[in-house]
Write a protein that binds this ligand. Structure first.
Ligand SMILES: C[S@@+](CC[C@H](N)C(=O)[O-])C[C@H]1O[C@@H](n2cnc3c(N)ncnc32)[C@H](O)[C@@H]1O
Length: 223
């Protein structure tokens, strides 16, 4: 798959896939979007009683969400994070090296962490830092069956217009099953059909204000 590096409005990089005419992040700001949708509406909302956080990301991609999770945990939460990233089509290591997230986030001391997110082996649990363990699974999401084990899901698939097969009741049933009671699923997508399907499989669904350039986002909670 041909992939091109682009710069979004907040100065942070994203990736454009010409075949799909789709970006990995909002062109209004990749870092801004990830912080808003996944960190602020997800990670920072977890109850303080959860000291060992089990987190699942659908679409590991550039590793931006994993890196932001690591940085926010270090700065604010100080929990133990076990991060599982599902990715069917990993980006090339040469593309990963060009991403400017370390510079944009002024996180130079943690450059080795960002590098490790990409260089650590697939299908194997790796300790990236004392409080951060990563399991990257290279597979189609549709191939996986989950047991209830996660506190939080970052649902960051391509948009339903591009990838309708990932926004179905069958996939959301898997996501519901994957979460522990009270678990949170966050997504940038605010489409009515997506919210209805999430409700159908049992989630309590909230429409929240979206990041710059988007009116709304969605947060779904397992009752
Ligand atoms: C919107 S991008 C988000 C990437 C990532 N969260 C980031 O911040 O860079 C969607 C990601 O889902 C991956 N993907 C596409 N189809 C998939 C599938 N069926 N199963 C798992 N991952 C998939 C893509 O390769 C891409 O990396």
């Amino acid at each position: 798959m041909n992939r091109q590096l682009i710069t979004t409005a907040d100065g942070s990089h994203s990736v454009f896939v010409p075949q799909l005419n789709e970006h990995y992040h909002s062109i209004h700001g990749a870092i801004q979007e990830s912080e808003h949708v996944f960190i602020n509406a997800g990670l920072l909302q977890l109850p303080t009683a959860i000291t060992w956080v089990n987190l699942l990301e659908i679409g590991f991609g550039t590793g931006l969400n994993a890196f932001l999770t690591f940085l926010h945990n270090l700065a604010f939460l100080q929990r133990h994070i076990t991060y599982t990233g599902i990715e069917a089509y990993p980006i090339d290591p040469s593309l990963a090296k060009q991403l400017n997230y370390v510079q944009q986030l002024n996180a130079q001391p943690y450059e080795p962490i960002f590098t490790a997110l990409h260089t650590c082996p697939w299908q194997q649990t790796t300790s990236i830092a004392p409080n951060f363990t990563l399991l990257k699974q290279q597979t189609l999401l549709q191939n996986l069956q989950f047991a209830p084990q996660y506190h939080l899901i970052y649902f960051d698939a391509f948009a339903p217009t591009v990838q309708p097969e990932l926004w179905t009741a069958a996939v959301f049933e898997q996501m519901y099953r994957a979460l522990l009671p009270g678990g949170i699923l966050c997504t940038y997508c605010a489409k009515g059909t997506v919210k209805r399907t999430l409700k159908e499989v049992g989630f309590a669904v909230e429409a929240l204000p979206g990041p710059p350039g988007k009116r709304q986002m969605t947060r779904a909670i397992k009752g």
